[in-house]
Structures are given as structure tokens and as C-alpha cells.
Design a protein around this ligand. Sequence first.
Ligand code: DUC
Ligand code: ZN
Ligand code: ZN
Ligand code: ZN
Length: 484
Amino acid sequence: MTKVIKNGTVVTADLTYKADVLIEDGKIVEIGPNLSGDEELDATGCYVMPGGVDPHTHLEMPFMGTYSSDDFDSGTRAALAGGTTMVVDFALPSPGQGLLDAIQMWDNKSTRANCDYSFHMAITWWSEQVFNEMETVVRDKGINTFKHFMAYKGALMVNDDEMYVSFKRCAELGATPLVHAENGDVVAELQRKLMEEGNNGPEAHAYSRPPEVEGEATNRAIMIADMAGVPLYVVHTSCEESHEAIRRARTQGKRVYGEPLIQHLTLDESEYFDKDWDHAARRVMSPPFRNKKHQDSLWAGLQSGSLSVVATDHCAFTTDQKRYGVGDFTKIPNGTGGLEDRMPMLWTHGVETGRLTPNEFVAVTSTNIAKILNCYPKKGAILVGADADIVVWDPAREKTISANNQQSAIDYNVFEGQQVKGLPRFTLTRGKVAVHDGEIRAEEGHGEFVMRAPNTPVNKALSTWKELTAPRRVERTGIPASGV
Ligand code: DUC
Ligand code: ZN
Ligand code: ZN
Ligand code: ZN
């Protein structure tokens, strides 16, 4: 049984051309003119692009006293509805829990996925067990990325010494460290002071996490990664201070990648001020939304290539869950949705406005991250042999975003009322049509885990600094015993 996508324009990260795409057994088997197959999908007027890869989701994650409300079923349905065909979720051990144990938990939840997926491993505490299990995670579990929270003090945060030894372990194993870059000590102090002064509403969340805490942590992580000799991936880069650090590192030859979120690109801090409690609390995430200066910086980074990927950090909580934080903003579960809306919002505000070309859109939604995560060209490509994870993108199709017709399980949408232009006509996951003109035909359990091998050779950073190790200790002779 073959399928052919006919009469479309293939758009990849580097090429645009007219061709049909033939699919068999979930893979692309031929690309060229006048192909035929058992079933035809009409792509007239559409772009045929690699399906989106969202490298940053939190599905059914235990967090801040509750669980994020989209699971691997609703979350991946939302992904497919918006043209995303692979998600990378964070397997998150609670402090004290083994890494392999946490992976088992995520394996159990992810059997419900409608599209392919992979995991990052979070390092939420440090011990010899963690050090040892990291090797099994990379060699046997197909996970080559380790996330470090520099914030969430007293919960998920790791200290600099732990981060440094973990980064060195990543270097040994051919893995890439990820950081949530915010100075958790300073955030905790700002939270304490705001609460003490009676600022307990959701707007105080933004005041407790200014751009400076993100810029400081990003700079620190970049320096530590350089000392450890590893590349670094900075998740949810939201401000100029952090972007500036990444830009500078890249011009120095360091392999540092920045990931703005669609929320930070299109929503700003006014969402927190002079708004009712629910409105503002629904938009509480870390880092918080910023002002226009920071948004312009993020767009510029995508245009110039100093920022590499657009993600969502999809971590959805219902209004009832958000209300855990009434009277204390530090207890509002942090997170917003975005999986269904990332690609249409980026097309509307990026391509339709002329900020990004369609090829750049493919690069930042799919191809760049597939390369960084070492699953290219299985994912992120329209090439013979690649998985048929494809979005047939209709640039003329429009809709108004609303919680009333979304796949996500929550009762609101942070993009409510936004008009988007550019939507999938078809979304295919390994050759299976999961979406056609807004009709969802996804299949729970269709998704498969994507193994990601270590990157060899390990990237070496430019630092000339070398650790002084015991065997190299210099024996000095002839120094006067009493000094000079
Ligand atoms: N930020 C959020 O807003 N939610 C999940 C975790 C995170 O870092
Ligand atoms: Zn984070
Ligand atoms: Zn996150
Ligand atoms: Zn149709």
C-alpha cells in the first residue's frame, strides 16, 4: 500500500521545488515529478514540509504539587493537529529517584502517544548512582541529552558543582547538557521579599524572575560548559540578556544553542498587569513573558541564526490547578500550553510578516533540532529513506484559536482569539494521515520511541583551561623551607 502526495511544493530547510512524494511502509521512498501510488493526497497550493519537532514538552509531569494536565494522548494529538510530528519530553526523576526508574515511568505513560517521541533525561540531584546510570541512559536507552534546572531551589535545582561534574560526564559520554537558565537563589530571595511586602498576585511572578536572573545563569552555564568541553543547549531563551550570552559564545566558536518559545515570541508581559487573577495566572510560566525589546531580540536571533529552534515548553494546567496559588504566587503551577499552536503562530507572525522565509521556518521548527538531537535525517527531512513525518501546509487556511476547539485537555488557551493564517491540510505520522483539514484521525499508541545515539566525536569547546589533576602535580625542589 503506497501513498503519494501530489502537486505540492516541497519546502525543506534549504530547498524549495515542485515534486510529488511517494510513501511506503512509513518512509519516503521516492521524490520526483508525476509519481503515482495506491492513495493520493492532493497538495495543490500547499507546501510539503518535514513535520515539526517540538523538543520541549512536559506531559503528565508531576510538578508543583500536581500533574500537568495534558498526557501523551491529548498532548500528541494537539501536536499533530498543529503540524508537529515528534515531541521530546523530559523524564524527570524526583530527587533521590534513580534515572532508570524515571525512564520506566515515562515509558509507561508514553505508550499512549499518537506521534513519535523521544526523551531528555533530567538531572535533579547528584550521586554516584546518577553518575553511573548516566552511562546506561546514553548507551542503552537512546537518550543523549541531560537537562539541568538552575532554578526551582529546594526542588529540582542543581548547584554549580553538580552541574560541572554532570557536564563533564556528558562530555565523556557524547551527550549534550541542557539548562533551564535562571539564578534560582536570586529568584528565591525575590519571591520571599515580594511575599513579605504583600505582593502575592500573579504579576509578582514576573517581578521575581527579571531578565537579569536569566542572563546571569546563561552566562554561567556557558562558561561551565566550556570548562567541561561540551556543547550547551539553553531551553526557553526569553530575553536579550540570555540571547546576548549565546550570541557571544557562538561568535567565539562555542557550540551553544538557544531555544525561544512561541509564547515569548508572540505574547508579552502586559498579560500579567491590570488583568483579572485567572487571566494572569494562566500565563504564569518560567521564564515569564517579557516586553517588546526582548521579543525583537528573539526574532532577530531567529533571522540571523544566533537562535536555533522554536519550541513550546508545553506544560498545561487547568484554571483550577492554577488556583492553588491564590494568595501565594509562588504556588501557581508554572506552565502554559502551545503544542497545537506553535507552527500556525510562527507561520502567521514569522512567515506572513516577512520575518522568516518558509525555509527558515522549516529549519527552526524541525530540521535544526533534529540535527542537534541526533535524529536527522530520520526526522526533520524530506529525503528518500526518511520517516514520512510530513505536514502538507496550506498557507491560505485560516482559523481563530480557541479553547473550544483545541485538543489540549485544559479549559483555556493563552492564544485565545488570535487569528492564524497557515495550517496543516494533512499531517502524516510515519505515513499515516493523522489530520485532514482539521479533522483528527490520530491513533492512540501509534507513536514510537526514537532512539538517539551519542554524538561522536564529542564537541570540544575552545577553552584552553585544563583541570590540574593529581598525577600531574609538580614536585618543586630547592625552595627555601621558610620562604624568602
Ligand atoms: N517552566 C515552566 O513554566 N513550566 C515547566 C517547567 C519550567 O521550567
Ligand atoms: Zn524550564
Ligand atoms: Zn520545560
Ligand atoms: Zn482535503
